[in-house]
Write a protein that binds this ligand. Structure first.
Ligand code: ADP
Length: 339
C-alpha cells in the first residue's frame, strides 16, 4: 500500500535520485534553515581546517527528507574531502566494512545512512575504527583464525538515522557532534522551492510556491517532490507556468490536503478514531489494521502528525486529538486527560 507515497523517505527511483541530486545544496551557505546546526558545523569545520585535522565524527538524526544526507555531503565539500556512502543494512559482514575502511584516505568522509540498522557484530567492529583508527580483522575461521591489526587513515564518520533512540549507547558516545534536524517552517520551504524552481528554470506565480510549501509537511524532500509533480502537471495541462489554478488542481489530484496530509495519514487517523475510538492504541495494532509496516508509520507518518498536534503519544499508546478530528470531520471521544 502507498509504496509510491509522496512523503516516503525511501524507494527513490533513479530519476528521482538524479532530480534530488541536482537540487541538493553543495555548500553550507546554499542550505536553507537549520541555522543553529549550520553555525555549529561552520565553527567545527573552520577549527578543524585551521588545525589541519579531520573533523570529529558526526551523527545527524531526525525524520526522513530533512537533509541528513545533504548535510553530510556539504560537510565533505566544505572540508574539501571525498565522501564514501553506505548504509546500515548494506554493511553485513566485517569484509564489507573492511572494503570501505581500507579505501578511505586521510580526511575523507564515510557516510553511513540508517546507522541504527548496523548489526551488533559490525557495530563492535567499527568502534576501534572510530576511536583509534584501526581495526582488528579476523581472517580464516576455527583453528586457523587469526586477528590482524589493521591501521586506518584518520577519517570522519557521518552517521544518519531516523531513530536515534535505537542507537546503542557505546556507538552514540563515539560521535563528537550529534545534531537533531527539525522540521522546516513554511518560509524556509518557500525559500527552498524558490531555489529549486530557479535551478529547474520554472516560471511561477509567487503565491504558488507558498501554496506548495504549506503542504510540504515541513520537509524539503516533500517540497521538491511536489514541485516536480506540479511541474509535470503544468507542462501537460497548461502552458508550463505554475499558476494557482494549475497548482491547486495538481495537488488535488495528488490527494494532498491543505495541511499536507495524504491518504495514508488520513487512513491512520481514521483507523485510530473509528476502530480504536480515538485510542490509546498500540502502534503494532494500528499497523496491522492498515496493513502497513510499523517502521513506515513511525518514520514517515507519526512525526508530522505529532508536530502539528494531531496525535498524542502516551505510555498506553497513540491517541488522536480533538484538532485532528475536527480537521477530518470525525467524532471525538473525550479522553480522561482532556478534563
Ligand atoms: P535525508 O537524508 O534527511 O532523508 P536528504 O538530505 O536526502 O534528506 O534531503 C532531501 C532533499 O531535500 C535533498 O535532495 C535536497 O534537495 C533537499 N534539501 C534538504 N535539506 C535542504 C536544505 N537545508 N536546503 C535546501 N534543500 C534541502
Amino acid at each position: 500500500m502507498a509504496v509510491d507515497r509522496i512523503i516516503d523517505g525511501e524507494l527513490l527511483s533513479e530519476q528521482e535520485e538524479s532530480f534530488n541530486f541536482s537540487l541538493r545544496p553543495k555548500l553550507l551557505n546554499e542550505c536553507v534553515g537549520q541555522e543553529s546546526i549550520k553555525e555549529k558545523l561552520s565553527i567545527a569545520i573552520a577549527a578543524a581546517k585551521q588545525r589541519g585535522e579531520p573533523l570529529e565524527h558526526i551523527l545527524f538524526y531526525g525524520p526522513p527528507g530533512l537533509g541528513k544526507t545533504t548535510l553530510a555531503n556539504v560537510v565533505a565539500n566544505e572540508m574539501g574531502a571525498s565522501v564514501r556512502c553506505s548504509s546500515g543494512p548494506a554493511m553485513v559482514k566485517q569484509g564489507d566494512v573492511m572494503g570501505l575502511l581500507s579505501n578511505v584516505n586521510t580526511g575523507d568522509v564515510l557516510f553511513i545512512d540508517e546507522i541504527h540498522r548496523l548489526s551488533t557484530a559490525v557495530e563492535e567492529f567499527i568502534y576501534p575504527a572510530m576511536e583509534d583508527f584501526k581495526v582488528d580483522f579476523t581472517v580464516d575461521s576455527g583453528l586457523h583464525a587469526k586477528t590482524i591489526n589493521f591501521p586506518l587513515k584518520r577519517f570522519t564518520l557521518i552517521g544518519a538515522t531516523t531513530r536515534a533512540g535505537l542507537l546503542s549507547a557505546p556507538l552514540r558516545s563515539r560521535f563528537g557532534m550529534l545534531y537533531h534536524l527539525d522540521f522546516y517552517s513554511s518560509e524556509e520551504l518557500t525559500a527552498i522551492l524558490v531555489r529549486s524552481a530557479k535551478l529547474l528554470g520554472l516560471k511561477y506565480e509567487p503565491s504558488t510556491l507558498e501554496m506548495i510549501a504549506a503542504r510540504s509537511r515541513g520537509t524539503p524532500r516533500v517540497a521538491n517532490r511536489l514541485l516536480k509533480r506540479v511541474r509535470d502537471y503544468a507542462q501537460v495541462k497548461g502552458s508550463g507556468l505554475l499558476s494557482s489554478e494549475i497548482v491547486s488542481s495538481s495537488l488535488e489530484m495528488e490527494r494532498i490536503d491543505a495541511l499536507g496530509l495524504d491518504d495514508l495519514d488520513r487512513s491512520f487517523l481514521r483507523a485510530l478514531a473509528n476502530v480504536y475510538e480515538g485510542g490509546p492504541a498500540g502502534i503494532d495494532a494500528i499497523a496491522a489494521t492498515l496493513g502497513e509496516e510499523r517502521d513506515t508509520l513511525e518514520d514517515v507518518v507519526e512525526p508530522y502528525l505529532l508536530q502539528i498536534g494531531f496525535l498524542r503519544r502516551t505510555n498506553r499508546g497513540r491517541e488522536i486529538t480533538q484538532t485532528a478530528c475536527k480537521h477530518l470531520g470525525l467524532k471525538y471521544h473525550t479522553k480522561k486527560n482532556d478534563q
